[in-house]
Ligand binder design. Structure first.
Ligand code: COA
Ligand code: AMP
Length: 632
């Protein structure tokens, strides 16, 4: 099968194409309606199919004789432990924890928030929620209490599942105080919390609200899978938008299972029984799709890695894990490889590891810069595939389809559209642009299975954020171009979303926090280039008249506030006092030009600028602070 044949069929006959892919999965009742409209007029896949995602991912494989195969390998250099779960063991643990949740009153459609580090119990909790036909919402463990509170209020969970602590490089992070504070801050109160006590730091449990994971498991009875419709939600995953309020991306059960199962072979060339390693975190979409659901739906073995690319214990960690567990595919963010390259530029730590099982390295989450691409190809001696995707889609929009037809790679490009995605580059009026011209990247409707049908509790925001700008298209929020061979180049966000070490964050949200400081009249937070993390945020701050505070003191207070509200992962470390912020006459801050100045790019002041001299002033100030990228 060639890429062109496969892709053309997916675009010209989407229903036939996806009906065929859906038929490969074990539904309780196969869908007859393949593509239909929901009550909001949104395209939906497999509306009348009946299924359960956890059944497809676990029980079915046990029934097919895969019960003794390893389903998950937990590898934790930070605790010095490892554990393997067969499909049967994982199914049994999941059924038991589903019993714990059922005992707590969780039923079909209820929400369960999971705030956990990279431990197998996080995966077990997700699958247990799915088993009950309930909806999980995993919150990344690096988020601070306030972020968790915002998500609790939006998802209104019946139960929370958490752990006493997470372990970062050289430090134990107590989760329980964060959880308690989030519950206190939130208006919605969960009925119960299940807490996994870890030996590195035990937490005090709140009487009448908290129960101990192990205690509850020892008393629980296993719960059966509950059938849901293809269009029933499996999870809500919050992601950053342009405002302070994160968006709850809703994922359905049917389209998600079909797209992920298809992707495991088509994109990653994985077969049942082979080992897949996504070195991400279950708090991100990559973790949902390729630590948990994708590999298990495909009957593969997944690796749950509680460690970092460097310092756990060294920059050889990725090579060690890939070699020890015989991973066929390794998927990580470019940042991880930049960190490895920085600490071990000649990849000396790779020597001695047998990587013969490793076929391909996949990268996503941020732009894969050509130097990192070249270094990884050269040192690992493996093909490196850059693929582009978003929380909203749940799987890759563009990539190199290793299981269908591997195309010659071009550094800087995420290769070609994945079957199902009719990717177009549009001008501001919504007209397709010719090859080589940069514009907004959009996907012609209908979107393929797995893509979001709404934002949880806010359909208006879904329409306004994705469908209204270019009628008939999904607007991705990324800009870029296609070349003459149809290869797609993603150049970066066209909005105020930034990507810090592969973590998607909102500068708008940081602005709200910075603006809340007593001395601050106005501010702009922009992402500037960073050689390790891709981008990091900086704040440009205008003081209130009469405010008397030294720049260093202001900076340390603002850094503390962002850390406290969002978390250390925001990496907000710099704030600069400015005399004026460049604005249009209507008062809009020219953030794009600020970004261009910081990135050392040329820029044109718009005719609507209020005070052109403010641009030179800012350029000088940023240069003085060493915040202009001179390499551009
Ligand atoms: N829980 C609590 N805190 C966390 C955390 C978590 N899960 N993850 C990160 N943090 C903290 C770190 O401890 C650090 O805190 P500090 O400022 O007190 O030192 C801060 O957040 C910033 O962390 P990070 O951005 O990870 O920077 P780093 O310098 O510690 O590590 C890398 C750099 C490149 C090794 C790391 O960012 C990395 O592994 N990146 C890959 C990310 C990834 O896989 N993303 C998934 C997308 S596919
Ligand atoms: P997230 O929703 O956290 O997965 O982040 C999605 C965003 O990350 C996209 O909108 C892009 O801006 C960026 N991104 C992800 N993968 C890539 C890639 N391969 N190349 C360029 N940008 C990427």
């Amino acid at each position: 099968m060639s890429y062109l044949t496969e892709y053309t069929q997916s675009i010209e006959q989407p229903e036939t194409f996806w009906a065929d892919k859906a038929a490969k999965l074990p539904w309780y009742s196969q869908p007859k309606t393949i593509l239909s409209k929901d009550e909001n007029g949104i395209d939906r896949w497999f509306a009348d199919g009946e299924m359960n995602t956890a059944y497809m991912a676990l029980d079915y494989h046990v029934e097919q004789g895969r019960g003794d195969q390893v389903a998950a390998i937990y590898d934790s250099p930070v605790t010095g432990s490892q554990r393997k779960y067969t499909y049967r063991e994982l199914r049994d643990e999941v059924a038991l924890f589903a019993g714990v949740l059922a005992e707590q009153g969780v039923t079909k459609g209820d929400r369960v928030v999971i705030y956990m580090p990279m431990v197998p119990e996080a995966v077990i909790a997700m699958l247990a929620v799915a088993r009950l036909g309930a909806i999980h919402s995993v919150v990344f463990g690096g988020f601070a209490a306030h972020e968790l509170a915002v998500r609790i209020d939006d998802a209104t969970p019946k139960v929370l599942v958490s752990a006493s602590c997470g372990i970062e490089v050289g430090k134990v992070i107590d989760y329980k105080p964060l959880l308690d504070s989030a519950i206190e801050q939130a208006n919605h109160k969960p009925e119960g919390c299940v807490i996994l006590q870890r030996s590195e730091s035990k937490a005090a449990l709140v009487d009448g609200r908290d129960i101990d994971w192990h205690d509850a498991m020892s008393k629980a009875a296993p719960a059966d899978c509950v059938a849901v419709k293809g269009t029933d939600p499996l999870y809500i995953l919050y992601t950053s938008g342009t405002t302070g309020k994160p968006k709850g991306v809703v994922r359905d059960n049917g389209g998600h299972a079909v797209a992920l199962a298809y992707s495991m072979k088509a994109i990653y060339n994985m077969n049942p029984g082979e080992v897949f390693w996504a070195a991400s975190d279950v708090g991100w979409v990559v973790g949902h799709s390729y630590i948990v659901y994708g590999p298990l739906l495909a009957g593969c073995t997944t690796i749950i890695y509680e460690g970092k690319p460097v310092k756990t214990p060294d920059a050889g960690a990725f090579w060690r894990v890939a070699s020890e567990h015989k991973a066929k595919a390794l998927f990580a963010a470019p940042t991880a490889f930049r960190a490895i390259k920085k600490e071990d530029p000649h990849a000396k730590l790779l020597q001695g590891y047998d990587l013969s099982e490793l076929e391909t390295i996949f990268m996503a989450g941020e732009r894969l810069d050509p130097p990192t691409y070249d270094w990884t190809v050269e040192k690992a001696g493996k093909p490196v595939v850059d693929h582009w995707w978003q929380t909203e889609t749940g799987w890759a929009i563009c990539g190199n389809l290793m299981g269908i037809e591997a195309k010659p790679p071009k550094p800087g490009s995420s290769t070609v559209p994945v079957p199902g995605f009719d990717v177009q580059v549009l001008d501001s009026e919504g007209k397709p642009l010719p090859a080589g011209t940069q514009g907004a990247i959009a996907v012609k409707l209908p979107l393929p299975p797995s893509c979001l049908p709404t934002i949880w509790g806010n359909h208006e925001r879904f329409l306004a954020g994705y469908l209204e700008e270019f009628p008939g298209y999904y607007c991705s929020g990324d800009g870029g171009y296609k070349d003459d061979d149809g290869y797609v180049y993603i150049m970066g966000r066209t909005d105020d979303v930034i990507n810090v070490a592969g973590h998607r964050l909102s500068t708008g949200e940081m602005e709200e926090i910075v603006a809340a400081h007593d001395a601050v009249a106005e501010c702009a937070v922009i992402g500037i280039q960073d050689s390790l993390k891709g981008q990091v945020p900086i704040g440009l701050v205008l003081l209130k008249d009469g405010a008397d505070i030294a720049e260093a003191d202001l900076q340390s207070e603002l850094v503390g506030m962002v850390r406290h509200e969002i978390g250390a992962i925001a990496c907000f470390h710099r704030a600069v006092i400015v005399q004026r912020l460049p604005k249009t006459r209507s008062g809009k801050i020219l953030r794009k030009i600020l970004r261009q100045i910081a990135d050392g790019q040329s820029y044109t002041a718009p005719s609507t600028i209020d005070d052109p001299a403010s641009l030179d002033e800012i350029a000088e100030l940023l240069a003085e602070h060493g915040l202009v990228n001179n390499a551009a």
